[in-house]
Design a protein around this ligand. Structure first.
Ligand code: NAD
Length: 712
């Protein structure tokens, strides 16, 4: 009857017709623009069937429809609102046509139906769902809300409260919850979905189900009483705070508050107009980019996995903060690990830390006790190198001293298998400097974890000049097996993330020295979206650690990242104000009577800083503070890309998001540069470049700006 690239329409018995999503050449069904167009043709073909009595909507794949085609989004976002409107109206008309068929329709949701997939399903009169399937509206995670009628149909099919919770929350729901919410009508075993959907369709055809009344309710305004009004008010209040940088959830609630009062077609017009607006927000552009970047990282990790040697057993040298965390993460993800230290007490600490973390997982029900016991038993604490010749990879995490590391690395190289990969978790030493005493430097790679290891997703995999491809791939594979996101970077001072952080921190120090209040700087940057401002971040990193790392990195780039011999951070270290760990840094850290940690401005910090403020204090606008700090970061990111420290803007930006907690709505330093416009970045660089060389952007950025190009 109809056969397209994504949809087929075929007759069943007794006037019933099946409209089946079955995307050619793909394992899944997704709603790209072509499929939406095809849906209109498919519905028309079904409607034209002589003697038509009912339509069954199915999928020939495991999932029903996984959602819209996200790879099309950024091109779409580049269109004007009017152009987008035209596309959305066309897509909506296809679902409307399904909804308006003169016969009953039943959707058989055999597997995942997310986003647009659920919106199509809501176009039918009834929905049967497999008990293994999930449905939901994850759009807010991409800075969006449903734009194919989801905001219109979900409050009508289920309730205002369900529509708010599902759309603003973005979490997928399992079958029982979906049925309880009223989004689906019946839940059955996966193998029974189709048969039950046909039965329901026959019942509807026979008039045993009043599908006309159900449909009428979907087309009419929603009855709004006190309960619904309260649901809107509560949600708006709750969502207002996050809306500054990620407005989609609040915008959806505000949209629905108005659109539920209208009949379907008018409500859809409101949705279309609001959706076009949300597509043009910074958050939507960034979050979609992050999704695409994440896909790229996964693809790269897979390529490495093909080239990697298997890691069945690992060893960690050093059972300190990092070594303990690495051993635990390796073990919990299934790779047994030897944990070697020179101090018994440190081994005991490493084991007790692992025990504590496993205990938490058991208490929260995530891990069974016997599994936890097995994980713990797979961490083997020891003072000797016994068994080191059995491991596929050794991760060195001893103290940060080139001398000690040289000794430890050459010692372990002699005892390990010749094909074993040796990785160092150094945070500031060059990989090529560490490899000098090694006989097989090709097996040596950097593996830079972030603290705390079990929580931080990023691992910088540092390729030294002599590191072999297979050694790099093996480290990438091991990091992936630990549930981490590895990003390969070139060896150099500070590698990638700490290097980019350094000018940002120096720009902060410089602002303070010009007289800016560190408290205001923190407030401004936190409002801008950072989880913590730079002064607070220094306290968390630890003033001694930070100042040491920033100096090493600054020394590595003497032309551009100079640091004064005595700045605000040096003052802090001299005063033994090391930050959180000494309970005093820029801020002071106390415990309130209830035992909760409390941070407040230390009375004497401003006084102390006067020693580095030759011109006293003055006020700086929020704009200047963000411009200067973020420009320093963008410029360094651009230099890193130009120098090939990292291969792509995507990997660079993802590293910053994961390693530094850069606000998601920015999408990364380079994505933010795109958003500002590279010409604007050049203007800022011209303005502030006179103050310090780290504000100066590289030639490549200027050239791109001149040509009107972007990073993405
Ligand atoms: P730590 O001081 O907590 O632990 C170092 C451990 O190494 C100690 O237990 C010590 O006894 C042990 N050790 C010393 N000599 C040894 C030897 N010869 N053989 C085996 N063990 C030995 O230090 P940490 O914070 O865990 O840092 C370890 C490494 O990780 C350093 O290179 C550091 O730069 C790097 N790093 C640290 C962080 C961080 O935030 N702490 C982040 C990333 C990377």
């Amino acid at each position: 009857m109809f056969k397209g690239k994504s949809i087929a329409v075929k007759p069943l018995e007794a006037g019933l017709v099946e409209l089946c999503f079955d995307r050619e050449g793909l394992a899944i069904n997704k709603l790209d623009l072509a499929t939406m167009q095809e849906l209109g043709q498919a519905v028309a073909a079904a409607a034209a069937t002589p003697g038509l009595r009912g339509v069954l909507v199915t999928s020939a794949k495991e999932a029903f429809i996984v959602g819209a085609d996200i790879t099309e989004f950024l091109d779409m976002f580049a269109l004007s609102e009017a152009e987008m409107n035209r596309i959305f109206v066309r897509s909506n008309s296809a679902i409307n046509a399904l909804e308006d068929l003169p016969v009953p329709t039943v959707c058989a949701i055999s597997g995942l139906a997310l986003g647009g997939g659920l919106e199509v399903a809501l176009g039918g009169d009834l929905r049967v769902m497999a008990n293994t399937a999930q449905v939901g509206f994850p759009e807010v995670k991409l800075g969006l809300f449903p734009g194919f009628g989801g905001t219109v149909r979900s409050p009508r099919v289920a309730s205002v409260q369900v529509a708010i919770d599902w759309i603003a929350g973005g979490a997928p729901s399992k079958a029982a919850a979906a049925q309880a919410a009223g989004i689906v009508d019946e839940v059955v075993a996966p193998e029974a979905v189709r048969a039950r959907a046909i039965e329901l369709l026959q019942e509807a055809v026979a008039g045993k189900i009043d599908w006309k009344a159900r449909r009428a309710a979907k087309l009419a305004p929603v009855k709004i009483g006190a309960e619904q009004a309260k649901a809107f008010a509560t949600a708006k209040e709750k969502l207002a705070k996050g809306a500054r940088h990620q407005p989609a959830a609040l915008a959806a609630v505000e949209l629905m508050e108005g659109s539920v009062l209208k009949a379907r077609d008018e409500a859809l017009s409101l949705e279309t107009a609001a959706f076009a607006k949300i597509c043009h927000t910074q958050a939507a552009s960034s979050l979609v980019q992050i999704f695409l970047n994440d896909q790229l990282l996964k693809k790269k990790a897979k390529e490495h996995a093909r080239n990697a040697r298997p890691v069945r057993k690992a060893a960690v040298l050093g059972a300190g903060i990092m070594g303990g965390g690495i051993a635990y993460t390796s073990a919990v993800r299934g790779t047994p690990v030897l944990m070697k230290d020179i101090q018994e007490a440190q081994l005991a600490l490493g084991v007790s830390e692992a025990k504590k973390l496993l205990g938490k997982q058991v208490a929260s029900g995530k891990l069974a006790q016997d599994k936890a016991d097995k994980v713990l038993a797979s961490i083997q604490p020891q003072l000797t190198y016994d068994g080191i010749d059995q491991v596929d990879i050794v991760v060195e995490a001893v103290v940060e001293s080139q001398k000690v590391k040289h000794l430890v690395l050459s010692e372990v190289e002699k005892l390990a298998r010749p094909d074993a990969v040796i990785a160092s978790n150094t945070s500031s030493l060059r990989i090529d400097g560490l490899s000098t005493p090694l006989v097989r430097p090709e097996n040596f790679v950097g593996m830079h974890f972030f603290n705390p290891v079990p929580l931080m997703p990023l691992v910088e995999v540092i390729r030294g000049a002599k590191s072999s491809d297979v050694a790099v791939s093996t480290v990438v594979g091991y990091a992936t097996s630990m549930g981490k996101t590895p990003i390969v970077v070139k060896d150099g001072p500070g590698f990638l993330v700490n290097r980019i952080l350094t000018p940002y921190m120096l720009a902060f120090i410089q602002l303070v020295e010009e007289g800016a209040d560190f408290v205001k700087i923190d407030q401004v940057m936190e409002q801008f979206g950072w989880p913590m401002g730079p002064a607070y971040l220094n306290d968390v990193i630890g003033m001694d650690t930070g100042t040491h790392v920033f100096s090493i990195i600054a020394d590595g780039f003497p032309q551009r990242i100079q640091r004064k011999s005595r700045d605000a951070l040096h003052l802090m270290v001299e005063g033994k104000r090391l930050g959180q760990k000494t309970r005093l840094g820029f801020y002071k850290y106390e415990t309130d009577p209830a035992g909760k940690p409390k941070k407040s401005v230390a009375e004497d910090t401003h006084q102390l800083l006067k020693a580095v403020q030759p011109n006293g204090t003055r006020d700086f606008s929020a704009q200047e503070i963000t411009d200067r700090l973020m420009l320093a970061m963008i410029a360094e990111a651009a230099w890193c890309l130009e120098e090939g420290v990292v291969a792509t803007p995507a990997e660079l930006d993802m590293s910053l998001l994961m390693g530094l907690g850069l606000p998601q709505y920015l999408g990364g330093a380079l994505k933010y540069a795109d958003w500002l416009g590279l010409e604007h970045v050049v203007k800022l660089s011209d303005r502030y470049g006179k103050l310090a060389p780290y504000y100066v952007v590289p030639k490549s950025l200027r050239e791109q700006a001149a040509k009107g190009q972007r990073y993405y």
